[in-house]
Ligand binder design. Structure first.
Ligand code: DP6
Length: 331
């Protein structure tokens, strides 16, 4: 039996201007554009093998079988690749993260970016980065950004088919020496997955409309801040975007509150650092972990302070990393 195999890797990314809400759920089109940094230190490595036979895809993780929901998401995604390639072969997928899965540390971003690249190459397709980004977006909105390295703007797009709802590098990884100090504040899975949480926010939060109205100006400001390599401006807009996203979710009915005591503890440390003249700015995604934006030269000292916050049990200093790439291919 002939098989076609490819392995790809991608770094996860942290949004400094958040994506929250969809303009089209079926095509997974974002309601707002977003801006992120792709991380070098937190990655997924995904291997896809297409067998010359139809049937059910098999998905494995190194630390046991994935849950049914995850497997189904991967199968649905592979259907898109099969439709494009014009075949019905089943796949064997193995994926490994060095990010705690489903903890709010955006493993779906790196996972679907690596899967999009590995699956298309194993299927014999050669997509452009923009096409890969649009495909990865169908797996997870934030994955569209992880196709690209460095600082990435995700365009909201206008077209109904979503071909312009893709990411784009606006600053290369080596062009700005900043860090994100990641403070992990819980181990378990997050209580509300982001897909359901943003849908619930859009349906029930009285602040959702305001969120949609305020996001474009924040994105424009963040884009300029990256262009000017102005960390203070970027940090200020990142905190604002984060708090506005969480405010819209907290105001949903019933509310969605991702934070725990350690989340708040790290935020306080960041505010104190800034009051003492050290550049540090926080952001929080759909989970309780905090990521602190800072200059490379301040990162280690900030990491030590953040580690001392009760409830923080792990920290990682992350730097701007490359986009998704193929590491092995054979047929
Ligand atoms: C809070 O990309 O996980 O991390 O498109 O439904 O899979 P789906 O959502 P996902 O949402 C990410 C939300 C966020 C903000 C961000 O990364 O921009």
């Amino acid at each position: 039996m002939t098989t076609h195999t490819a392995t790809a890797t991608a770094g996860t990314n942290i949004a400094l201007c958040k994506y929250w809400g969809k303009r089209d759920a079926a095509l997974n089109l974002p309601a707002v554009g977003s801006l992120s940094m792709t991380l070098k230190e937190m990655t997924s490595v995904t291997r896809v093998e297409f067998l010359d036979e139809p049937g059910l895809d098999v998905v494995t993780l190194p630390d046991g079988d994935p849950d049914a929901f995850f497997t189904e998401r991967v199968r649905t995604f592979l259907d898109l690749v099969r439709a494009r390639a014009g075949f019905e072969r089943r796949a064997r997928v193995t994926t490994r993260n060095n990010v705690p899965t489903a903890s709010g540390l955006a493993s779906s971003a790196s996972g679907f970016a690596a899967l999009a690249l590995a699956a298309t190459r194993a299927a014999g397709l050669d997509l452009s980065p923009a096409e890969l980004s649009a495909l990865a977006r169908r797996g997870s909105g934030s994955a569209a950004r992880s196709i690209f390295g460095g600082f990435v703007e995700m365009h909201r797009g206008e077209k109904p088919d979503g071909s312009d709802a893709v990411g784009e590098t606006i600053a290369e990884p080596g062009s700005w020496d900043v860090r994100l100090v990641v403070a992990v504040t819980s181990e378990g899975r997050k209580p509300f997955g982001s897909t359901a949480a943003m849908e619930h926010t859009a349906r029930t939060s009285p602040y959702y409309r305001e969120w949609l109205e305020s996001a474009p100006a924040d994105l424009a400001e963040a884009r300029l801040a990256v262009g000017a390599r102005d960390i203070g401006k970027l940090g200020t807009v990142a905190e604002r975007s984060c708090l506005r996203m969480h405010a819209s979710a907290m105001a949903a009915d019933p509310p969605i509150l991702y934070w725990n005591a350690a989340t708040m503890g790290v935020i306080r440390v960041v505010q104190e650092l800034r009051a003492s003249g050290i550049g540090a700015w926080f952001t929080v995604d759909a989970g309780p972990h905090v990521k602190v934006l800072c200059r490379a030269t301040d990162a280690r000292a900030i990491e030590i302070l953040v580690k001392g916050v009760p409830g923080v049990f792990k920290t990682v200093v992350a730097s701007p990393g490359p986009g998704a790439r193929v590491v092995e291919e054979s047929s």
